[in-house]
Ligand binder design. Structure first.
Ligand code: AMP
Length: 720
């Protein structure tokens, strides 16, 4: 019996070992289960080594009893390769995960996440960002350079790895204007790879309201940039909550619009920055946040037809008037356009509220449906109340009367928008005008940490995680006249250029009271790019400077988002002169200046012309037709954004020429000299603001002419 059991056990052990050997026999066997090492043998008779069975990995003490390794060479190698491939793949995945984690961590540091419902956390985050401004700026630059040092653009200046530090970046990478980088951006628009300027894919081009050769500048953008913008917007929430209580108990009536967009030849989208944001998932699928509940359904904001969009948004804002705690738009000009639209359409709007229907010319189905669901049936009483307010003779304080719970008007009223402050004050009935943020297509810059301050005291605190910021000092007194040479200037300017670049300072080193032009290096492929905005340092919040917006470099006229420079104006006036004032019977254009007239909505450009007869000193004979053609010619020659505002957005009215009597510009000079201009260096101002100069000009007008047609405009062509 014992023997039988022993036998059975031995058999069991035998079969287990056979089983083990056959199961474990794979790859290149190192040690046989018998304890001997395996070796590689070659069948000397047969030198073909590719047939299984001719070469073996075999146990040194091999016996053909199934208890030793004997692995055909080809199979062993094949299996080993498979095993190693799997191992490499696992390691590769691991490395990728590590890299992704690193990027995510870096990103979280750059774009911190926070719950906008948590005001305390938001304010604490702002304190951290502003306190650590210097370190964050260093990290931002480091990250931008780490990500992008292999791009064609940066490789031309930096030598890869070793050059990621701040100083060599500043020594080697030039400060540039748009024209310097335009060829790179054009190549991306034409379909070349994003890595010309950015390691992250360029997902769209943002059409700036600044123009180059008459067309909007195109700014590269990435998917990640939308996250940065979302973070930026979320930072506005705790700031408003700090100053205004109960914003979570009602809604905001914000009139927001999208603008036309086009696809480049390569399929990239080109559109204005806000259109890009409103159409993104970040806006459309925004997580619910009780401080950001709007009266406008998204469908009305995203409506391509701006008139239908405006009507529907106003209708929704009026219907929900008892819930509205704040009203606004992005820029003051857009908000005032809405007020004017309301003035023109209030009867129709009230009729819709009364009957609970939407007027027939709202044809966009998404708009109609979303508005109908807000209307929720007829409301005679509400319609009567609104109509009674609107029918009042004066619209002074209309905003307060229509939206009695509104606590402020949120619109940007700094920079060129400051011209709208008096009109807004008239309509708002004492509601504070709040400019919350300073941003551009290139990058979002900063927020106003004291939002209820007087519009003239607004300053923006730059958020140090948005981009890497540098500042070119500008002459404190004559900051209107800035002559910084750009990278693309002539050789003569090179020394001057280098000198100016030497003076460039970092964000935390700007001085209070000084004027600077902002220069940015972004996560999206702009390196040391001059934005063109002149800022004045008003103070610091912790270590982060606060800037007043002073002016846009070279811009003399602006009504809406248009930005017309002295040069644009000169070219347009010259063209009108050449085409319409050449006949001997026509007078000569002796002098001109301009004025942005915003006394009516929409505002319009006014040119003051002093015309001199060719042969005598009699007042010139002014032919209506000729002067009107001059008005239209000037408009035709102004840039893309002006013509879009005029033709598509209808945010600018027909251009006007006011002819002034002979000698008016001499009086203007006397006035300017009496105000401190030097007689020797006197140059006719090409633009005047309200005040003494305008009064002189206006008091001597002998003829007024308006453009009789809308200038041509077509959505952007990207082929030049
Ligand atoms: P865009 O590139 O078309 O988005 O226009 C951006 C420009 O608008 C900036 O560079 C500024 O010149 C101007 N801008 C933006 N925000 C403000 C602001 N809060 N105050 C004054 N100007 C502003």
């Amino acid at each position: 019996m014992d023997e039988e059991q022993r036998d059975m056990k031995a058999h069991k052990a035998y079969y287990q070992r056979v089983d083990f050997v056959s199961n474990s026999l794979q790859g290149i066997p190192q040690l046989c289960p018998c304890g001997s090492i395996t070796k590689e043998i070659v069948d000397e008779e047969d030198t073909y080594d590719y047939l299984p069975g001719k070469r073996y990995f075999i146990c040194k003490d091999f016996e053909n009893d199934g208890l030793h390794y004997r692995q055909p060479w080809v199979i062993g190698v094949q299996e080993e390769v498979e095993r190693l491939k799997l191992k490499v793949l696992r390691h590769e995945n691991l490395l990728r995960e590590c890299e992704a984690l690193k990027v995510k961590k870096e990103k979280e540091r750059m774009i911190p996440s926070y719950d906008p419902n948590d005001t305390e956390a938001g304010l604490k985050l702002l304190e951290d960002l502003t306190t650590n401004a210097e370190a964050i700026q260093e990290q931002v630059l480091h990250q931008i350079l780490s990500q992008n040092c292999e791009t064609q653009y940066l490789q031309a200046f930096l030598d890869g790895e070793s050059d990621k530090n701040q100083q060599s970046f500043k020594n080697k990478v030039p400060v540039v204007n748009y024209d310097d980088i335009k060829p790179f951006i054009q190549r991306i628009a034409d379909g070349e790879s994003s890595d010309i300027v950015s390691s992250q894919p360029i997902t769209e081009l943002l059409t700036s309201s600044g123009t180059s050769a008459g067309k909007p500048k195109l700014m590269p953008s990435t998917a990640e940039e939308l996250e940065r913008k979302t973070f930026f917007y979320s930072m506005l929430v705790p700031v408003m909550n700090k100053y205004v209580n109960g914003l979570d108990e009602g809604k905001g009536m914000y009139l927001l619009f999208i603008k036309p967009e086009i696809k480049t030849h390569s399929g990239l989208m080109a559109r204005p920055v806000l259109t890009s944001y409103y159409k993104s998932q970040h806006f459309r699928n925004r997580p619910f946040n009780k401080y950001n509940v709007y009266t406008s359904p998204d469908q009305t904001i995203l409506c391509q037809d701006s008139k239908q969009s405006m009507y529907c948004q106003l209708l929704c804002g009026l219907v929900q008037r008892s819930h509205v705690l704040r009203v606004g738009a992005v820029f003051a000009s857009a908000f005032l356009r809405a007020v004017k639209f309301l003035e023109d359409h209030y009867k129709e709007l009230c009729a819709d509220i009364r009957t609970g229907t939407v007027t027939s010319w709202i044809t966009e189905p998404a708009c109609r449906d979303s508005v109908l669901s807000v209307l929720q049936g007829p409301n005679q009483e509400l319609a009567d109340e609104i109509e009674a307010e609107c029918a009042e003779k004066s619209w002074e304080g209309i905003l307060r009367r229509l939206w009695p719970k509104a606590k402020y008007v949120e619109v940007i009223v700094t920079g060129s928008m400051a011209q709208y402050i008096p009109t807004l004050e008239f309509y708002s009935g004492g509601l504070p005008l709040v400019s919350t943020m300073y941003a551009s297509s290139e990058c979002y810059f900063g927020i106003n940490l004291n939002p209820l301050c007087d519009p003239s005291d607004v300053s923006y605190t730059l958020l140090p995680n948005m981009a890497y910021f540098e500042f070119l000092p500008v002459d404190d007194k004559s900051h209107e006249e800035i002559h910084f040479a750009s990278h693309s200037n002539t050789d003569d300017d090179d020394d001057d250029d280098a000198l100016k670049e030497d003076l460039i300072v970092d964000l935390v080193n700007v001085e209070v009271g000084r004027y600077y032009e902002i220069v940015i290096t972004t996560f999206t492929g702009l390196y040391r790019y001059r934005v063109g905005d002149i800022l004045k340092v008003a103070g610091f919040h912790n270590k982060a400077p606060q800037f007043r917006f002073v002016q846009r470099r070279n811009v003399v006229l602006s009504i809406d988002t248009d930005k017309t420079s002295e040069e644009d104006l000169l070219n347009a006036v010259t063209q009108a002169k050449l085409n319409h004032l050449q006949k001997p019977s026509c007078p000569l254009l002796a002098e001109y200046t301009s004025y942005a007239d915003t006394s009516s909505i929409p505002g319009h450009y006014v040119l003051f012309w002093e015309l001199k007869p060719r042969h005598n000193n009699e007042p010139p004979e002014l032919e209506n037709k000729t002067m009107e053609l001059c008005c239209s010619e000037v408009e035709d020659c102004l840039d893309y954004v002006y013509r879009r505002c005029r033709n598509k957005d209808k945010s600018i009215g027909p251009l006007e020429i006011r002819v002034v009597s002979l000698g008016t510009f001499d009086l203007l000079m006397d006035f300017c000299v009496s105000q401190g201009s030097s007689v020797n260096q006197y140059k006719t101002p090409r633009c005047v603001k309200p005040g003494g100069a305008l009064e002189i000009l206006d008091s001597r007008v002998i003829g007024r002419f308006f453009s009789q047609r809308v200038p041509q405009w077509q959505p952007l062509g990207l082929d030049s």
